[in-house]
Design a protein around this ligand. Structure first.
Ligand SMILES: Cc1cc2nc3c(=O)[nH]c(=O)nc-3n(C[C@H](O)[C@H](O)[C@H](O)COP(=O)(O)OP(=O)(O)OC[C@H]3O[C@@H](n4cnc5c(N)ncnc54)[C@H](O)[C@@H]3O)c2cc1C
Length: 473
């Protein structure tokens, strides 16, 4: 029997964030024919932030949002809640993919974060934001040396970073696997409750800003209609609009360019029951001044954090999966082996909690991975249809920026941002199956090997690096 069977036995298969006490009844679906100026497809962060920013730019704009299930059912209600100011999957990726625009992207990310938090304050949205910064932990002595080099580099750039050697790190959060840590505490990075953020935005859009939102409404197809409009066909009705924004993440799309840009990668998480003070003491984590949001410094990294009621949410690691043929099937949520793997990796890191702590929730979600590891925007039909998809695991904050690009591409107060290579450059398409599946599996195995090898990248990863396709964290 699986070693940690008891710890997982009572875990509910539902995202922790989908607390029945806060989840509202879904709004009724769209039936018949509707008209509006801007149709947004997808009720995740991208769609909701797009509506919010379009309203800021043009208060009298008439917007409809359609969501195939319910708001927060996609990645936006299933993620780890790490809110990062990076809009392009971190500095390493920005340097590799957009070297000429690195400074500008960093500045835009900082501004995006500031505006995001201001919006929450303005509308009194309690997304349980906690400014924790981000702390990387090294899991072996070699990684600690590399992490320390990274710390020195950040320090030389004037960043507000703190280095913890092995003992100091274990005082902040204690695992026998920790060999050092780097706490990047500058800026506004932190953690949130993602479903509360989605639901807060939904409430403001619908009840204060007059946006019409239909849940349980799947768009089947979207096409130009006449000279100036678009027509989106849904299961029980249709919408004719001047413009359409597709905020559909990695879900199957009728637009070929979107289909080729993103693949759905499944990421799984488990969450513990609230930890008692005694349990927190065992791992020295959770003191008011050290509620670090943690990620291990490796390719196949885990990300783990405390919630307001002192649960630990735990995701990533070896449980991340790409299933053959890009299928999106919620049956992949039911993945006992993935949860067992996560539980095993959890107790490997915190053996002090073995036999003492149980998991209350387990769930999976879809990461839209692009070959540039960050948002892929696009526009068609003379600026009448745009999209922003593909955040690759770092979209909680970046989706607001992706949404901004989307609406600017549709002509709502366009700025110089849409002239940046970041927006105009095309992402390489994913190769067809079975090559794609083989390539992803090879890469995953090579990343695991590199982690075991003190971060040394083998031939395959170096080849991908040469093509600009090398995943780094
Ligand atoms: C397990 C997991 C952990 C993650 N952790 C983090 C993290 O800690 N930090 C971070 O920054 N990022 C994280 N991410 C990534 C982040 O959650 C996403 O990048 C972000 O939520 C994307 O938002 P979105 O609105 O574009 O997509 P989604 O939230 O997936 O929204 C897309 C919506 O479109 C709807 N839709 C699709 N097709 C149609 C259609 N035809 N008709 C109508 N509706 C449709 C879907 O139902 C869905 O609700 C994580 C992702 C996962 C899965």
């Amino acid at each position: 029997m699986f070693k940690h069977h008891d710890a997982l036995q009572a875990a509910i298969a539902r995202p922790l964030w989908h607390d029945p006490q806060i989840m509202p009844e879904p709004l009724p679906p769209l039936t018949g024919q509707e008209q509006c100026e801007l149709l947004i497809v997808g009720g995740g962060f991208t769609g909701l932030w797009a509506a919010m920013q379009a309203k800021e730019r043009k208060p009298d704009i008439d917007i409809i949002i359609i969501e195939q299930t319910f708001v927060a059912d996609g990645a936006s209600g299933r993620n780890g809640g790490f809110l990062s100011s990076s809009v392009a999957h971190g500095e390493t990726n920005i340097e590799a993919q957009f070297p000429g625009e690195a400074d500008e992207l960093e500045e835009l990310g900082t501004r995006n974060m500031k505006e995001l938090l201001e919006t929450l304050e303005k509308y009194n949205i309690d997304a349980r934001y906690e400014k924790t910064g981000e702390t990387s932990v090294a899991l072996d002595p070699e990684s600690a040396i590399r992490l320390h080099e990274e710390y020195r580099e950040l320090q030389s750039e004037g960043r507000d970073v703190v280095w913890f050697d092995k003992d100091a790190m274990r005082e902040q959060a204690n695992s026998p696997t920790f060999f050092g840590g780097c706490w990047n505490r500058g800026g506004q990075d932190g953690v949130i409750d993602p479903a509360r953020l989605c639901l807060g935005l939904k409430d403001v859009l619908v009840n204060q800003l007059g946006v019409r939102l239909y849940e349980g409404t799947r768009m089947l197809d979207v096409k130009p209609a006449g000279k100036d409009g678009m027509r989106a066909a849904c299961e029980e009705g249709s919408v004719v609009s001047e413009k359409v924004l597709l905020a559909t993440n990695a879900y199957t799309s009728s637009i070929g360019r979107i289909r080729r840009s993103v693949i759905p990668v499944w990421d799984y998480q488990i969450a513990t029951e609230p930890l008692t003070d005694a349990q927190l003491d065992k791992i020295s984590w959770g003191k008011p001044e050290s509620r670090h949001a943690l990620g291990d410094f490796s390719n196949m990294f885990h990300y783990f954090r405390l919630t307001r009621d002192n649960r630990i949410t735990w995701g990533g690691g070896g449980a991340v999966r790409y299933y053959f043929n890009r299928g999106i099937d919620m049956k992949f949520m039911d993945a006992p082996q993935r949860y067992e793997q996560l539980a095993t990796e959890f107790f490997d890191m915190f053996p002090q909690l073995e036999g003492d702590v149980k998991f209350s929730h387990k769930w999976g979600g879809i990461i839209a991975s692009s070959t540039r590891f960050c948002v892929v925007p696009g526009v068609l039909y003379n600026g009448r249809l745009a999209w922003a998809v593909g955040y690759t695991g770092l979209g909680v904050g970046a989706s607001r920026f992706g949404a901004r690009i989307g609406i600017e591409l549709l002509g709502y107060q366009p700025s110089n941002i849409i002239k940046m290579k970041f927006v105009t450059g095309r992402a390489l398409p994913w190769v067809p199956e079975p090559l794609c599946w083989v390539g992803v599996r090879l890469t995953q195995k090579a990343l695991i090997r590199a982690d075991k090898n003190g971060g040394k990248r083998g031939l395959w990863l170096r080849f991908l690096d040469l093509l600009g396709l090398g995943f780094t964290c």
